[in-house]
Design a protein around this ligand. Structure first.
Ligand code: ADP
Length: 276
């Protein structure tokens, strides 16, 4: 091969230099390819391990919550029996403690059944074509009484897409977000929920915007953790599983969920769902 030097003299590279350059380039390409393949293999094996751990945890939560219900039901029946047969012998303090045990065990039963529901999300139905507009119609219908009594309105700012997904779980996701938007209001403010969808890089970005109490920035990532609540039950009733369920449902559809909000200025719950 002939090159021209600065002085205008031709430079002839010997063949062995060319061969060596080719071999070195080949080796570097192979090395890079091996590194990438190894990284890909390692990543796939981590993903597999993570999926297995998640499945094990779900199974554990299911078995634990399922098995815990049984002794709890026996305890509740015993409390009812004691109340019926010995109430007059227990005196005021005895009766007070008994009703306290009853309330605590009901609360525990509630928590356990919520955990059970959480661990079963996505297990009880087949993936199918789902029209999200139809899902919203159904949720609207189911909540018609609540919408009427609170004076809440749901505004559809855009159409909603058709995706591949789990219809019951998606209905639960919509219902949780709407009931929260209605619940977390101050005074007798009339709830307004605006819903919109837009396509973004292969995903549908769906937003539920409300005019409620808002969420301070420092708590915005914590509210998706199961049983995490920001208020006492006397102020706003609830169990703290709604948004954990929402997160699990969204992740089941390969998406993510987050909230954009300012304290006192309403909240916008945003989530993505894999487009068809
Ligand atoms: P719960 O409604 O039973 O309290 P969630 O898991 O649905 O449980 O919500 C967790 C917390 O997130 C709530 O206790 C509340 O503090 C906050 N939150 C959820 N949705 C809203 C909303 N639309 N506006 C303001 N705060 C909200």
């Amino acid at each position: 091969m002939v090159y021209v030097s600065n002085a205008g003299q031709p430079i002839i590279l010997p063949l062995w230099v060319l061969m060596a350059a080719l071999i070195i380039t080949g080796l570097v390409v192979k090395l890079l390819f091996d590194i990438l393949t190894d990284n890909r293999k390692a990543m796939l094996s981590y993903v597999k391990e993570l999926e297995q751990t998640n499945q094990d945890l779900e199974q554990y939560a299911y078995v634990a919550s399922h098995d815990l219900q049984e002794p709890l039901h026996s305890m509740q029946s015993l409390v009812t029996l004691i109340e019926l047969e010995f109430s007059d012998k227990l005196g005021p303090m005895g009766n007070k403690y008994l009703s306290h045990i009853s309330a605590v065990s009901k609360r525990m039963s509630n928590l356990i059944s919520n955990l059970l529901t959480y661990s079963r999300i996505g297990h009880s139905e087949e993936i199918q074509t789902v029209d999200l507009a139809g899902i919203l119609d159904k949720v609207n219908e189911d909540l018609s009484e609540l919408l009427k009594t609170t004076g809440a309105t749901i505004e559809r700012k855009t159409g909603l897409p058709v995706i591949k997904g789990f219809p019951t779980a998606l209905g639960q996701l919509f219902q949780n977000l709407i009931t929260n938007a209605i619940k977390f209001q101050s005074g007798d403010n009339k709830p307004i929920i605006q819903i919109s969808a837009e396509m973004q890089s292969g995903f549908w970005l769906i937003k539920f915007k409300d005019n409620g109490i808002g969420i301070p920035r420092e708590y915005q990532s914590q509210i998706f953790i199961i049983f995490k609540r920001l208020h006492t039950s006397s102020k706003f009733p609830g169990t703290g599983v709604g948004l954990a369920n929402c997160k699990k449902i969204v992740e089941l559809h390969h998406g993510s969920i987050w909230v954009e909000s300012e304290d006192g200025k309403g909240s916008e719950f945003c989530f993505t769902l894999l487009a068809e």
